[in-house]
Ligand binder design. Structure first.
Ligand code: XMP
Length: 215
């Protein structure tokens, strides 16, 4: 993914027309559009190709299954036009490898969840986050997902993966994180949902976030 603004919008609306409306408004402010279960379950997988007209699409399906099923899922998502897929790492090396192998066939990206941004994400995830980040590095993932709500953890995880892998970071805005803090801690992109799609002026809000990132 090309880093122009450092902003990824999380399109967690449930109607295609609204998603397209927001995408067309914020397209020039974002490097990617993240779609997940809310939109895909309500409108179908075709949202991916529709939104890809505006920006590269990252599918946040937090893939977490046995290698064969992971492979089948990633294949469908890349075939649908996604540029990247977010997957879990706690399922183990073989599952992660299956996702990465498929991504290479499609020239796509795999981002591995290392530690989640919500308060509950600290309890079970934090103790295994370092190992997951190391595994993401070792297996050649594109990057990791790390919490903007805990910039000190982003800094720590960056020290584990080095400069080769990207960090995409949710938790700015509605969850309390601040763009400049997490970028200073080592994130390459922030992922922002509610602050943008619930804004009365999504483009202005996106522009403010881009200024906060300060590329
Ligand atoms: P908000 O509305 O909080 O949306 O700006 C954030 C988006 O990011 C997703 N999310 C995460 N995804 N690891 C992930 O892979 C995380 O720790 C995490 N925290 C939030 C969330 O589903 C929403 O789309």
């Amino acid at each position: 993914m090309e880093r122009n603004t450092g902003l990824i919008v999380a399109m967690d609306v449930t109607r295609m027309d609204r998603a397209v409306e927001i995408a067309s408004e914020v397209a020039e402010c974002v490097d990617a559009i993240k779609v997940g279960y809310p939109l895909v379950l309500s409108e179908g997988l075709s949202v991916i190709s529709r939104l890809a007209d505006y920006a590269p699409v990252i599918a946040d399906f937090k893939v977490a299954d046995i290698p064969n099923t992971d492979e089948l899922i990633c294949e469908q998502v890349f075939k649908a036009g996604a540029s990247g897929v977010i997957v879990h790492g706690f399922t183990g090396e073989d599952s992660l490898k299956a996702c990465i192998d498929v991504s290479r066939l499609y020239g796509g990206d795999i981002y591995v969840v290392s530690e989640m941004s919500h308060p509950g994400g600290a309890k079970y995830f934090q103790p295994i986050a370092d190992e997951i980040a190391s595994m993401a590095y070792e297996f050649g993932a594109t990057g990791i997902v790390a919490p903007a709500t805990r910039p000190e953890r982003v800094k720590h995880l960056r020290s584990i993966i080095g400069d080769e892998l990207s960090i995409i970071s949710p938790g700015v805005g509605a969850q309390g994180g601040k763009a400049s803090d997490v970028i200073a801690a080592g994130a390459n992109w922030i992922i922002v949902g509610r602050s943008i799609y619930n804004s009365e002026h999504p483009k202005e809000t996106a522009m403010e976030l881009v200024n906060g990132i300060g590329i």
